[in-house]
Design a protein around this ligand. Structure first.
Ligand SMILES: *Cc1c(COP(=O)(O)O)cnc(C)c1O
Length: 446
């Protein structure tokens, strides 16, 4: 594969953009990332004309790959040519809000913003205001965007910022838990429960490997929040409208969070975020309430049209069935390959997300093994071996993944997430052939 154009573009980029990119993960590819020229269905074509099966899919916002259904494309074009924005409300915002509140049971009202980061910032502010408390609990290794309250490292109440530029005083208002550890949650609440404004977690960790909850984990968090008067906030920026279809992961798991943050898919490929929940909470945002929240681009008509029409199309067509079937097929195929070639590795994911985690120890048998992605079933022979939290995922083989595995996949024309932690996404544009081609490549590379 020739990458001369990408190398030259990266060279130029390095002079004018820090690290040559506008978001850190894009530069994780060594020695330099390829620059995409255009998308085509389930594929992308780079600046040198190389074609890849694309499982990155913008890191989450694309339900249709690079091939928008006609009504989605038409709605985007018409809104783009009509303005494109006004600083006054528009009908399409109301329609999108009506769509989300109709499909997601815990969401009675919603405020649209411009990124997942903005959504979690505003959700933390709202939770703090609504409870009159300061502390936010997050899962270790969990990602909620580039914001002060959640960019932390450490255990329990011994937490420090994970980036320079964040005051220690900020990190002191954040507590951490290992995902899936019910006792740790119990203990943390016994010590700090009366100061905890909210627990903020993804329903499935999808930014740090993919880690499914163990049975009863979310119920434990729900009960603790109820007992101590704290809010449960689900960050469904990745899982929303992808896992569990239009009811989102909370519907799939049967848990009602107090607040939900959205992003990625609800903007149909354009910058977006949102905070939804019970009316009495969300109405505390200005101007209905006094918790300040605002944004020049919030509820942008083009974004709203793209998001709404994408979700409407999914409601009326077999979009999630197609995606989930292909997801099952790729996870089943990967499970067979792993059993043969790398029995210590874990195949993770559900619905339209998947990942092979480079875990370290193998089960004695694959009999009765989770067939299409780890479900943390206690009777699965891998149960004691599969990652339960971010620290387990981190213990995977970073160097092999990065230096050997990822480049071998790329050389076979398969574009996987740029590091061993980010999820990979199946879309409506992917085909059975894309899946088979990808499985053959895994067979070579694992
Ligand atoms: C991507 C992501 C965010 C941040 O969203 P941005 O739009 O990148 O700011 C927050 N939470 C989760 C779970 C995400 O996956």
């Amino acid at each position: 594969m020739n990458h001369e154009q990408s190398r030259d573009l990266y060279d130029r980029a390095l002079s004018v953009m820090p690290g040559g990119v506008n978001s850190a993960v894009r530069a994780a590819i060594e020695p330099y990332p390829f620059f995409v020229e255009r998308g085509d269905g389930g594929h992308v074509i780079d600046a040198d004309g190389n074609r890849y099966v694309d499982w990155v899919m913008g890191l989450g916002p694309l339900l249709y790959g690079h091939d928008l259904p006609q009504p989605v494309e038409a709605a985007i074009q018409s809104h783009a040519s009509e303005g494109p924005m006004y600083g006054t409300p528009t009908e399409v915002e109301v329609e999108h809000a009506e769509f989300v509140t109709r499909h997601v049971p815990s969401v009675e009202m919603i405020r649209f913003v411009n990124s997942g980061t903005e959504a979690t910032v505003s959700a933390c502010r709202l939770a703090r205001a609504a409870t009159g408390r300061d502390k936010i609990v997050v899962m270790q290794g969990g990602y909620h965007g580039a914001q002060e309250s959640t960019l932390v490292e450490g255990d329990g109440d011994a937490v420090h910022p994970s980036s320079p530029g964040i005051p220690q005083a900020f990190a002191e208002q954040t507590l951490t838990l290992p995902f899936n550890d019910k006792e740790a949650a119990q203990t943390l609440f016994e010590e700090h429960g009366d100061d905890i404004a909210a627990v903020l977690t993804e329903p499935i960790l999808a930014n740090y490997g993919i880690v499914h909850p163990v049975e009863g984990y979310h119920e434990t968090l729900r009960d603790l929040c109820d007992d101590y008067g704290s809010l449960l906030v689900f960050d469904e920026v990745i899982t929303g409208f992808r896992v569990g279809g239009l009811q989102c992961a909370q519907g799939k798991f049967g848990i009602e969070p107090d607040l939900t943050t959205f992003g990625k898919l609800i903007g149909g490929g354009f910058p977006v975020g949102a905070i939804g929940g019970r009316a009495e909470l969300v109405e505390q945002f200005t101007p209905a309430g006094d918790v300040f929240q605002a944004g020049t681009f919030s509820g942008h008509p083009v974004t709203m049209a793209a998001g709404l029409e994408s979700l409407r199309y999914a409601a009326e067509n077999d979009v999630h069935d197609h995606i989930n079937d292909l997801g099952d097929r790729i996870r089943e195929g990967l499970t067979d390959i792993v059993a043969d070639q790398a029995p210590e590795y874990t195949v993770a994911g559900t619905d339209g997300i998947f990942k092979v985690l480079f875990s370290r120890t193998a089960p004695e048998t694959f009999d009765g093994h989770c067939e299409a992605g780890c479900r943390q079933r206690t009777d699965c022979p891998r149960f004691d071996h599969c990652p339960k939290n971010a620290a387990d995922v981190k213990a995977g083989e970073t160097d092999r993944w990065r230096r050997v595995f990822w480049p071998k996949m790329k050389d076979q024309g398969i574009f996987l997430a740029q590091n061993q932690f980010e999820a990979q996404f199946v879309t409506y544009a992917h085909t059975r052939e894309d899946v088979e081609e990808t499985l053959e490549a895994y067979k070579e590379a694992l």
